[in-house]
Design a protein around this ligand. Structure first.
Ligand code: S3P
Length: 432
Protein backbone atom coordinates (compact mmCIF):
# COMPACT_ATOMS: atom_id res chain seq x y z
CA UNK A 1 0.00 0.00 0.00
CA UNK A 2 1.31 3.45 -0.95
CA UNK A 3 0.18 6.59 0.82
CA UNK A 4 0.73 10.30 0.42
CA UNK A 5 1.34 12.63 3.36
CA UNK A 6 0.88 16.32 2.57
CA UNK A 7 2.29 19.27 4.52
CA UNK A 8 0.44 19.55 7.85
CA UNK A 9 -0.73 22.65 9.67
CA UNK A 10 0.21 21.43 13.13
CA UNK A 11 -0.46 18.38 15.28
CA UNK A 12 -2.30 19.07 18.49
CA UNK A 13 -3.89 17.08 21.29
CA UNK A 14 -3.16 14.08 23.48
CA UNK A 15 -2.10 10.59 22.48
CA UNK A 16 -1.17 7.41 24.31
CA UNK A 17 1.24 5.66 21.90
CA UNK A 18 0.94 1.88 21.48
CA UNK A 19 2.47 -0.57 23.94
CA UNK A 20 6.21 -1.20 24.01
CA UNK A 21 7.28 -3.83 21.50
CA UNK A 22 10.47 -4.88 23.31
CA UNK A 23 8.74 -5.28 26.66
CA UNK A 24 5.81 -7.14 25.07
CA UNK A 25 8.14 -9.68 23.42
CA UNK A 26 9.87 -10.26 26.75
CA UNK A 27 6.58 -10.58 28.65
CA UNK A 28 5.41 -13.18 26.11
CA UNK A 29 8.61 -15.19 26.35
CA UNK A 30 9.15 -14.99 30.10
CA UNK A 31 5.44 -15.73 30.58
CA UNK A 32 5.88 -18.92 28.56
CA UNK A 33 8.97 -19.80 30.58
CA UNK A 34 7.03 -19.46 33.86
CA UNK A 35 5.23 -22.35 35.50
CA UNK A 36 2.62 -20.07 37.15
CA UNK A 37 0.24 -17.85 35.12
CA UNK A 38 1.55 -14.42 34.16
CA UNK A 39 -0.92 -11.55 33.63
CA UNK A 40 0.12 -8.99 31.05
CA UNK A 41 -1.74 -5.71 30.66
CA UNK A 42 -1.40 -3.58 27.53
CA UNK A 43 0.43 -6.27 25.50
CA UNK A 44 1.19 -4.81 22.05
CA UNK A 45 -1.34 -5.77 19.36
CA UNK A 46 0.88 -5.73 16.27
CA UNK A 47 2.34 -8.18 13.77
CA UNK A 48 5.71 -8.65 15.52
CA UNK A 49 4.32 -9.35 18.96
CA UNK A 50 1.56 -11.57 17.58
CA UNK A 51 4.40 -13.71 16.20
CA UNK A 52 5.71 -14.10 19.76
CA UNK A 53 2.35 -15.28 21.09
CA UNK A 54 2.00 -17.73 18.19
CA UNK A 55 5.51 -19.02 18.88
CA UNK A 56 4.93 -19.62 22.57
CA UNK A 57 1.62 -21.34 21.79
CA UNK A 58 3.50 -23.68 19.43
CA UNK A 59 5.85 -24.41 22.33
CA UNK A 60 3.03 -25.47 24.63
CA UNK A 61 2.05 -22.26 26.45
CA UNK A 62 -1.64 -21.32 26.70
CA UNK A 63 -2.46 -17.70 25.98
CA UNK A 64 -5.86 -16.31 26.93
CA UNK A 65 -6.93 -12.93 25.68
CA UNK A 66 -9.26 -11.21 28.15
CA UNK A 67 -9.96 -7.83 26.62
CA UNK A 68 -6.95 -5.69 27.42
CA UNK A 69 -5.21 -8.30 29.57
CA UNK A 70 -3.60 -11.51 28.41
CA UNK A 71 -2.89 -14.43 30.70
CA UNK A 72 -0.02 -16.72 29.74
CA UNK A 73 0.05 -20.19 31.25
CA UNK A 74 3.60 -21.26 30.52
CA UNK A 75 5.37 -24.57 30.41
CA UNK A 76 8.06 -23.72 32.95
CA UNK A 77 11.74 -23.18 32.18
CA UNK A 78 12.63 -26.69 31.07
CA UNK A 79 9.42 -28.08 29.54
CA UNK A 80 8.93 -26.34 26.19
CA UNK A 81 7.14 -28.71 23.80
CA UNK A 82 8.74 -29.70 20.51
CA UNK A 83 6.40 -28.27 17.83
CA UNK A 84 5.29 -30.24 14.76
CA UNK A 85 6.97 -27.90 12.29
CA UNK A 86 9.16 -24.79 12.15
CA UNK A 87 8.35 -21.84 14.40
CA UNK A 88 7.44 -18.81 12.27
CA UNK A 89 8.95 -15.64 13.77
CA UNK A 90 7.51 -13.51 10.92
CA UNK A 91 9.46 -10.24 10.75
CA UNK A 92 10.44 -10.22 14.44
CA UNK A 93 14.21 -10.03 14.88
CA UNK A 94 13.86 -9.83 18.66
CA UNK A 95 11.93 -13.11 18.74
CA UNK A 96 14.48 -14.75 16.44
CA UNK A 97 17.36 -13.71 18.70
CA UNK A 98 15.81 -14.23 22.16
CA UNK A 99 13.99 -17.51 21.73
CA UNK A 100 17.09 -19.69 21.11
CA UNK A 101 18.36 -18.74 24.58
CA UNK A 102 15.41 -20.59 26.09
CA UNK A 103 15.20 -23.45 23.59
CA UNK A 104 18.92 -24.31 23.80
CA UNK A 105 18.31 -25.97 27.19
CA UNK A 106 15.28 -28.14 26.25
CA UNK A 107 16.96 -31.55 26.62
CA UNK A 108 16.29 -34.04 23.84
CA UNK A 109 14.06 -31.70 21.80
CA UNK A 110 14.81 -29.80 18.57
CA UNK A 111 13.32 -26.57 17.22
CA UNK A 112 13.61 -24.74 13.91
CA UNK A 113 13.04 -20.99 13.68
CA UNK A 114 12.25 -19.35 10.36
CA UNK A 115 10.54 -16.18 9.17
CA UNK A 116 9.91 -13.81 6.29
CA UNK A 117 12.34 -12.71 3.58
CA UNK A 118 13.77 -9.87 5.69
CA UNK A 119 14.32 -12.14 8.71
CA UNK A 120 16.29 -14.52 6.48
CA UNK A 121 18.79 -11.71 5.82
CA UNK A 122 19.39 -10.96 9.51
CA UNK A 123 22.40 -12.59 11.17
CA UNK A 124 21.90 -15.14 13.93
CA UNK A 125 25.57 -16.10 14.39
CA UNK A 126 25.72 -13.29 16.95
CA UNK A 127 23.52 -15.42 19.26
CA UNK A 128 24.75 -18.82 18.07
CA UNK A 129 28.35 -18.07 19.07
CA UNK A 130 27.75 -17.15 22.73
CA UNK A 131 25.19 -19.94 23.11
CA UNK A 132 27.72 -22.49 21.81
CA UNK A 133 30.15 -21.25 24.45
CA UNK A 134 27.52 -22.45 26.97
CA UNK A 135 27.29 -25.89 25.34
CA UNK A 136 24.37 -25.25 22.97
CA UNK A 137 24.01 -27.04 19.63
CA UNK A 138 22.69 -24.90 16.78
CA UNK A 139 22.77 -24.96 12.99
CA UNK A 140 22.08 -21.97 10.76
CA UNK A 141 21.86 -21.62 6.99
CA UNK A 142 25.32 -20.61 5.70
CA UNK A 143 26.36 -20.61 9.36
CA UNK A 144 24.59 -17.32 10.08
CA UNK A 145 21.03 -17.02 8.78
CA UNK A 146 17.57 -18.47 9.46
CA UNK A 147 16.31 -21.14 9.28
CA UNK A 148 18.05 -21.75 12.58
CA UNK A 149 17.79 -25.16 14.27
CA UNK A 150 18.40 -25.56 17.99
CA UNK A 151 18.97 -28.98 19.59
CA UNK A 152 18.38 -28.87 23.37
CA UNK A 153 21.46 -29.59 25.52
CA UNK A 154 22.59 -29.20 29.09
CA UNK A 155 24.01 -25.67 29.36
CA UNK A 156 26.91 -24.39 31.41
CA UNK A 157 27.38 -20.82 32.63
CA UNK A 158 29.97 -18.72 30.80
CA UNK A 159 31.51 -15.23 30.78
CA UNK A 160 30.63 -13.32 27.62
CA UNK A 161 32.31 -10.21 26.28
CA UNK A 162 30.12 -8.83 23.46
CA UNK A 163 31.77 -6.72 20.75
CA UNK A 164 28.54 -4.88 19.95
CA UNK A 165 26.09 -3.44 22.45
CA UNK A 166 23.04 -5.49 21.47
CA UNK A 167 20.12 -5.99 23.83
CA UNK A 168 18.98 -8.91 21.73
CA UNK A 169 22.24 -10.81 22.12
CA UNK A 170 22.53 -9.90 25.81
CA UNK A 171 18.93 -11.01 26.42
CA UNK A 172 19.43 -14.30 24.60
CA UNK A 173 22.42 -15.10 26.79
CA UNK A 174 20.44 -14.13 29.92
CA UNK A 175 17.60 -16.48 28.89
CA UNK A 176 20.16 -19.28 28.62
CA UNK A 177 21.74 -18.26 31.94
CA UNK A 178 18.47 -19.12 33.70
CA UNK A 179 18.98 -22.83 33.05
CA UNK A 180 22.81 -23.00 32.79
CA UNK A 181 24.76 -24.50 35.69
CA UNK A 182 26.46 -21.63 37.57
CA UNK A 183 26.79 -17.88 37.22
CA UNK A 184 26.79 -16.23 33.78
CA UNK A 185 28.20 -12.79 33.06
CA UNK A 186 27.64 -10.58 29.99
CA UNK A 187 29.81 -7.52 29.36
CA UNK A 188 28.80 -5.07 26.63
CA UNK A 189 30.78 -2.10 25.28
CA UNK A 190 28.06 0.35 26.32
CA UNK A 191 24.60 0.04 27.83
CA UNK A 192 21.84 -1.34 25.61
CA UNK A 193 18.18 -1.54 26.68
CA UNK A 194 17.77 -3.46 29.92
CA UNK A 195 14.11 -4.61 29.89
CA UNK A 196 15.12 -8.26 30.21
CA UNK A 197 17.25 -7.59 33.29
CA UNK A 198 14.47 -5.57 34.96
CA UNK A 199 11.85 -8.24 34.26
CA UNK A 200 14.12 -11.02 35.52
CA UNK A 201 14.81 -9.04 38.69
CA UNK A 202 11.05 -8.75 39.24
CA UNK A 203 10.76 -12.49 38.59
CA UNK A 204 13.06 -13.18 41.55
CA UNK A 205 16.22 -14.01 39.59
CA UNK A 206 19.56 -13.27 41.24
CA UNK A 207 20.65 -10.70 38.65
CA UNK A 208 22.73 -7.53 39.00
CA UNK A 209 24.65 -5.02 36.94
CA UNK A 210 27.97 -3.40 37.69
CA UNK A 211 29.14 -0.91 35.10
CA UNK A 212 28.34 -2.58 31.78
CA UNK A 213 28.54 -6.13 33.14
CA UNK A 214 25.40 -8.10 33.99
CA UNK A 215 25.62 -11.17 36.23
CA UNK A 216 22.83 -13.77 36.45
CA UNK A 217 22.50 -17.02 38.37
CA UNK A 218 20.39 -20.00 37.25
CA UNK A 219 16.99 -20.61 38.88
CA UNK A 220 14.43 -23.42 39.29
CA UNK A 221 11.53 -21.28 38.24
CA UNK A 222 10.48 -17.74 37.50
CA UNK A 223 8.08 -15.85 39.77
CA UNK A 224 6.90 -13.14 37.44
CA UNK A 225 3.11 -12.88 38.18
CA UNK A 226 2.36 -9.74 36.15
CA UNK A 227 3.72 -7.23 33.65
CA UNK A 228 2.21 -3.82 32.84
CA UNK A 229 3.55 -2.70 29.47
CA UNK A 230 4.11 1.07 29.11
CA UNK A 231 3.72 3.00 25.84
CA UNK A 232 6.64 2.50 23.48
CA UNK A 233 9.15 5.38 23.42
CA UNK A 234 10.21 4.28 19.91
CA UNK A 235 6.63 4.67 18.63
CA UNK A 236 6.23 7.92 20.59
CA UNK A 237 9.38 9.16 18.83
CA UNK A 238 7.53 9.62 15.51
CA UNK A 239 5.17 12.04 17.24
CA UNK A 240 8.03 13.76 19.05
CA UNK A 241 9.64 14.33 15.65
CA UNK A 242 6.37 15.45 14.05
CA UNK A 243 5.61 17.76 16.98
CA UNK A 244 9.03 19.37 16.88
CA UNK A 245 9.10 19.75 13.08
CA UNK A 246 5.59 20.83 12.12
CA UNK A 247 4.88 24.48 12.83
CA UNK A 248 1.95 25.04 15.19
CA UNK A 249 2.26 21.65 16.91
CA UNK A 250 1.61 21.10 20.61
CA UNK A 251 1.27 17.52 21.78
CA UNK A 252 0.93 15.55 24.97
CA UNK A 253 2.16 11.94 24.70
CA UNK A 254 0.86 9.99 27.69
CA UNK A 255 2.38 7.18 29.80
CA UNK A 256 5.50 6.74 27.69
CA UNK A 257 8.23 4.40 28.95
CA UNK A 258 11.21 6.52 30.03
CA UNK A 259 13.71 3.81 31.03
CA UNK A 260 17.10 5.55 30.60
CA UNK A 261 18.27 2.88 28.15
CA UNK A 262 15.45 3.90 25.77
CA UNK A 263 15.44 7.70 25.98
CA UNK A 264 18.63 8.45 24.03
CA UNK A 265 16.56 10.03 21.25
CA UNK A 266 14.88 12.43 23.66
CA UNK A 267 18.27 13.49 25.01
CA UNK A 268 19.50 14.09 21.45
CA UNK A 269 16.36 16.10 20.55
CA UNK A 270 16.82 18.25 23.63
CA UNK A 271 20.45 18.86 22.70
CA UNK A 272 19.23 19.96 19.26
CA UNK A 273 17.10 22.49 21.19
CA UNK A 274 13.87 20.63 20.45
CA UNK A 275 11.09 21.20 22.98
CA UNK A 276 10.31 17.92 24.81
CA UNK A 277 9.38 18.09 28.47
CA UNK A 278 8.99 15.04 30.69
CA UNK A 279 10.22 13.31 33.78
CA UNK A 280 12.92 11.10 32.22
CA UNK A 281 14.67 8.43 34.29
CA UNK A 282 18.23 9.40 35.25
CA UNK A 283 21.15 7.10 34.51
CA UNK A 284 21.87 4.99 37.59
CA UNK A 285 24.57 2.62 38.79
CA UNK A 286 22.12 0.01 40.09
CA UNK A 287 19.78 -2.17 38.06
CA UNK A 288 16.22 -0.88 38.52
CA UNK A 289 13.28 -3.30 38.75
CA UNK A 290 10.49 -1.10 37.42
CA UNK A 291 9.81 0.48 34.04
CA UNK A 292 9.18 4.18 34.76
CA UNK A 293 6.72 6.18 32.63
CA UNK A 294 6.08 9.86 32.04
CA UNK A 295 3.91 12.16 29.97
CA UNK A 296 5.87 14.05 27.32
CA UNK A 297 4.98 17.58 26.20
CA UNK A 298 6.23 18.36 22.73
CA UNK A 299 6.11 21.64 20.80
CA UNK A 300 7.42 23.00 17.52
CA UNK A 301 10.66 24.99 17.59
CA UNK A 302 13.90 25.67 15.72
CA UNK A 303 16.65 23.01 15.84
CA UNK A 304 20.44 22.98 15.89
CA UNK A 305 22.63 20.24 14.42
CA UNK A 306 24.46 17.85 16.73
CA UNK A 307 27.02 15.04 16.84
CA UNK A 308 25.80 11.65 18.12
CA UNK A 309 28.68 9.64 19.58
CA UNK A 310 28.99 5.80 19.56
CA UNK A 311 28.03 5.49 23.29
CA UNK A 312 24.81 7.36 22.57
CA UNK A 313 23.81 4.95 19.82
CA UNK A 314 22.36 1.94 21.74
CA UNK A 315 19.78 3.95 23.76
CA UNK A 316 18.65 5.67 20.52
CA UNK A 317 19.24 2.85 18.02
CA UNK A 318 15.73 2.61 16.55
CA UNK A 319 15.25 6.37 16.47
CA UNK A 320 18.40 7.25 14.49
CA UNK A 321 16.42 7.56 11.21
CA UNK A 322 14.47 10.33 12.95
CA UNK A 323 17.72 12.04 14.01
CA UNK A 324 18.58 12.17 10.29
CA UNK A 325 15.18 13.68 9.51
CA UNK A 326 15.52 16.30 12.26
CA UNK A 327 19.01 17.04 10.96
CA UNK A 328 17.53 18.08 7.59
CA UNK A 329 15.59 20.87 9.34
CA UNK A 330 18.32 21.86 11.83
CA UNK A 331 20.84 24.63 11.46
CA UNK A 332 24.31 23.24 10.74
CA UNK A 333 25.52 19.68 10.49
CA UNK A 334 24.12 16.57 12.20
CA UNK A 335 26.48 13.60 12.40
CA UNK A 336 25.80 10.06 13.62
CA UNK A 337 28.81 7.80 14.29
CA UNK A 338 29.24 4.27 15.64
CA UNK A 339 25.90 3.08 14.28
CA UNK A 340 27.00 0.26 11.94
CA UNK A 341 24.34 -1.92 13.62
CA UNK A 342 21.78 0.00 11.55
CA UNK A 343 22.94 -2.01 8.56
CA UNK A 344 21.46 -5.25 9.99
CA UNK A 345 18.02 -4.01 11.11
CA UNK A 346 14.74 -4.76 9.30
CA UNK A 347 16.50 -3.16 6.31
CA UNK A 348 19.95 -1.60 5.87
CA UNK A 349 18.79 1.51 7.67
CA UNK A 350 21.86 3.59 6.76
CA UNK A 351 21.24 3.04 3.04
CA UNK A 352 17.45 3.29 3.44
CA UNK A 353 17.58 6.59 5.34
CA UNK A 354 20.27 8.20 3.20
CA UNK A 355 18.80 7.22 -0.18
CA UNK A 356 15.27 7.85 1.05
CA UNK A 357 15.88 11.34 2.44
CA UNK A 358 18.12 12.32 -0.46
CA UNK A 359 15.23 11.52 -2.77
CA UNK A 360 13.18 14.05 -0.80
CA UNK A 361 15.78 16.78 -1.30
CA UNK A 362 18.00 16.27 1.77
CA UNK A 363 21.74 16.89 1.77
CA UNK A 364 22.85 13.69 3.43
CA UNK A 365 25.83 11.36 2.98
CA UNK A 366 26.26 7.82 4.24
CA UNK A 367 29.38 6.82 6.15
CA UNK A 368 30.36 3.27 7.05
CA UNK A 369 28.88 3.64 10.54
CA UNK A 370 26.31 6.39 10.22
CA UNK A 371 25.55 9.51 8.21
CA UNK A 372 26.22 13.24 7.91
CA UNK A 373 23.33 15.63 7.23
CA UNK A 374 23.75 19.27 6.21
CA UNK A 375 20.68 21.03 7.53
CA UNK A 376 18.91 23.25 5.02
CA UNK A 377 15.99 24.14 7.27
CA UNK A 378 13.49 22.41 5.01
CA UNK A 379 12.69 19.33 2.93
CA UNK A 380 11.19 19.49 -0.57
CA UNK A 381 9.30 16.17 -0.61
CA UNK A 382 8.88 13.41 -3.19
CA UNK A 383 8.70 9.62 -2.96
CA UNK A 384 10.34 7.30 -0.44
CA UNK A 385 10.45 3.51 -0.30
CA UNK A 386 9.92 1.90 3.11
CA UNK A 387 11.81 -1.20 1.93
CA UNK A 388 9.25 -3.10 4.02
CA UNK A 389 10.77 -1.53 7.16
CA UNK A 390 8.19 -0.16 9.61
CA UNK A 391 10.46 2.57 10.96
CA UNK A 392 11.35 3.87 7.50
CA UNK A 393 7.66 3.90 6.53
CA UNK A 394 6.73 6.00 9.57
CA UNK A 395 9.76 8.29 9.13
CA UNK A 396 8.58 8.90 5.55
CA UNK A 397 5.12 9.86 6.79
CA UNK A 398 6.52 12.37 9.30
CA UNK A 399 8.83 13.75 6.59
CA UNK A 400 5.76 14.36 4.43
CA UNK A 401 3.93 16.28 7.16
CA UNK A 402 6.94 18.56 7.63
CA UNK A 403 7.83 18.89 3.92
CA UNK A 404 7.01 21.61 1.40
CA UNK A 405 5.36 19.42 -1.23
CA UNK A 406 4.36 16.22 0.58
CA UNK A 407 5.77 12.69 0.51
CA UNK A 408 4.47 9.49 -1.05
CA UNK A 409 5.50 6.46 1.02
CA UNK A 410 5.80 3.20 -0.91
CA UNK A 411 4.90 0.25 1.32
CA UNK A 412 3.20 2.15 4.16
CA UNK A 413 1.60 -1.09 5.37
CA UNK A 414 4.96 -2.02 6.97
CA UNK A 415 3.93 0.26 9.88
CA UNK A 416 1.66 -2.54 11.13
CA UNK A 417 4.74 -4.47 12.28
CA UNK A 418 4.88 -2.28 15.38
CA UNK A 419 2.12 0.34 15.03
CA UNK A 420 -1.12 -0.69 13.26
CA UNK A 421 -2.98 2.47 14.41
CA UNK A 422 -0.35 4.94 13.20
CA UNK A 423 -2.43 6.56 10.45
CA UNK A 424 -5.50 6.81 12.68
CA UNK A 425 -3.43 8.44 15.42
CA UNK A 426 -1.96 10.98 13.00
CA UNK A 427 -5.48 11.80 11.83
CA UNK A 428 -6.75 12.17 15.40
CA UNK A 429 -4.04 14.77 16.07
CA UNK A 430 -5.06 16.78 13.02
CA UNK A 431 -2.21 15.83 10.70
CA UNK A 432 -4.76 15.48 7.86
C1 S3P B 1 15.64 -4.76 20.58
C2 S3P B 1 16.94 -4.38 20.55
C3 S3P B 1 17.54 -3.58 19.48
C4 S3P B 1 16.48 -2.90 18.64
C5 S3P B 1 15.34 -3.79 18.30
C6 S3P B 1 14.69 -4.35 19.55
C7 S3P B 1 15.17 -5.57 21.70
O1 S3P B 1 18.34 -4.43 18.71
O2 S3P B 1 17.05 -2.38 17.46
O3 S3P B 1 14.37 -3.06 17.57
O4 S3P B 1 13.96 -5.66 21.93
O5 S3P B 1 16.02 -6.14 22.39
P1 S3P B 1 19.88 -4.66 19.15
O6 S3P B 1 19.91 -4.69 20.62
O7 S3P B 1 20.31 -5.94 18.54
O8 S3P B 1 20.59 -3.45 18.62
Amino acid sequence: MNMRFGPARGLTGRLTPPADKSISHRAGLLGAMSAEPVHVTNYLEAADTRSTLEAVRALGALVEDNDGEIVIRGTGLREAREPDGPIDVGNAGTLLRLLPGWLAAQLGRSFTLDGDESIRRRPVDRVALPLRAMGARLEAREGRFAPLTVHGQRLMAADHDLDVASAQVKSCVLMAALTADGTTTVAEPSRSRDHTERMLLRAGVDIAREGNVVTAVNVDELGLESVAVPADPSSAAFFVAAGVLVRGSQLLLADVGVNWTRTGFLRIVRRMRGIVLGDLEQESEELAAEEPTSDLDVAHGALEGTVVTPEEVPPAIDELPLVALLGCFAEGETVVTGAQELRVKESDRIAGVVNGLRGLGAEIEATEDGFVVSGTGTLRGGTIDSLGDHRLAMMGAVAGLASQEGVEVIGMDAAAISYPGFIDDLRALGAF
